[in-house]
Design a protein around this ligand. Structure first.
Ligand code: SAH
Length: 361
């Protein structure tokens, strides 16, 4: 038996095991890793794929992350904020399609006008989407960056029950290398802790292929997810955006390597964390047309169909080559459902699809 096969038979994995698994290059061994991740997914969660309709409701951002296309200093971006009425319309559309959940994502703003807007939008979505099919309304995930405990509590009380906040890089040095000095690893980590204390299902994740990132960093990222006790993981390949300081890494960024390493990260995260929800992210599809299906085959079980009204999509370019910016939500749904069935999985209808229940009225 190969060393890899014997590692794959373990229930618990050491840091060295994780590094060995992430180092695999031979196609047969990658297939062995993939099929083991799929087996663990089926055993702990079954074949269902959960849809979370993604609404990127604003690209106004007060952060200046060196890698991100909508960073504050990118003056070429036309900034927008979608009205509450339009957001509620998107939510009603999701509910009608049988999507159990919606994700509201935006740039980061801490001003009260913005945080009150989000609280109000959450409350309105809950009110509008309660029905016989969805007695608790749509499940709402927020992804609006670092906020105070009070604001996180307000969002939760309004009805949001999941929160996504990627740690981006769990190594402190790497974190400071990719962010300006007013953003700190400690503050992000403390936000994740507060979100858990409030009662949210918490998601985090990292980008894969960042300048200066090693396989050891990635192994430690997985151990970080485990230690943080998160419920959801979203990871994607790092893709250079021309209008950012990290455009200087364009020539050395290997998209194919970042793509494959993302698939391996999904598989190994599945093996280590077993029953969490893992997203097959849009960034995978920016590199290969069937990227999200491949993510599912490597152990992911969540997909976020694009619901952002078309007229705004081109202004929410976090990275180059973002897919689906010209398709309307109907087309996106039909195309995704077909893609999911093509890899032998089924789309779950009218349910939240969480790792564990959270009671919300
Ligand atoms: N402002 C929110 C949402 C951020 S955008 C927040 O702070 O949580 C969502 C994710 O896109 C980020 O967490 C980051 O991991 C990813 N992203 C940003 N720029 C990227 C790039 N150039 N390549 C790949 N992913 C990127």
């Amino acid at each position: 038996m190969s060393i890899i096969s014997s590692i794959l038979q373990k229930e618990e994995f050491s840091r060295e095991d994780i590094i060995s698994l992430l180092s695999i290059e031979e196609p047969e061994l990658i297939e062995e890793l993939r099929s083991e991740a799929e087996r663990v997914l089926y055993r702990y969660r079954g074949p269902n794929v959960y849809f979370r309709g993604l609404v990127e409701f604003s690209n106004i951002c007060s952060s200046d992350c060196y890698y991100c296309g909508i960073r504050k200093s990118n003056s070429q971006v036309e900034r927008y904020l979608i009205s509450k009425e339009e957001i509620v319309e998107c939510a009603l559309w999701c509910a009608k399609q049988g999507y159990g959940s919606i994700v509201l994502q935006s740039g980061e703003r801490q001003d009260k006008k913005f945080t009150d807007f989000v609280t109000d939008a959450v409350r309105s979505i809950k009110k509008a989407t309660r029905s016989e099919r969805l007695p608790q309304g749509l499940g709402i995930t927020l992804c609006v960056g670092e906020q105070s405990r009070e604001v996180y509590q307000d969002f939760f009380d309004a009805g949001a029950h999941r929160y996504l906040l990627r740690i981006e890089a769990s190594d402190k040095e790497l974190f400071s290398f990719i962010h300006p000095s007013n953003q700190s690893f400690d503050s992000r980590e403390s936000c994740l802790r507060i979100l858990k204390e409030i009662g949210y299902l918490v998601g985090t994740g990292v980008m894969i292929g960042l300048p200066g990132q090693s396989l050891e960093h990635l192994a430690d990222d997985i151990l970080f997810f485990k230690k943080a006790g998160v419920d959801m993981i979203g990871m994607g390949p790092f893709i250079v955006h021309e209008q950012t300081p990290f455009s200087t890494y364009k020539d050395e960024t290997r998209l194919e390597t970042n793509f494959l390493n993302t698939l391996k990260m999904i598989a190994v995260t599945r093996l280590v964390l077993k029953d969490v929800n893992i997203a097959a992210t849009t960034a995978l599809q920016a590199i290969q047309h069937d990227g999200r299906e491949q993510g599912l085959k490597f152990g992911a079980n969540v997909v976020m169909p694009q619901i952002t009204p078309e007229k705004f999509r081109k202004q929410y370019l976090l990275y180059a080559g973002k897919p689906c910016i010209d398709e309307n939500a109907e087309l996106c749904k039909a195309c995704l459902t077909r893609r999911i069935q093509s890899v032998g999985r089924s789309v779950a209808i009218d349910i939240w699809g969480d790792r564990r229940p959270v009671q919300k009225g």
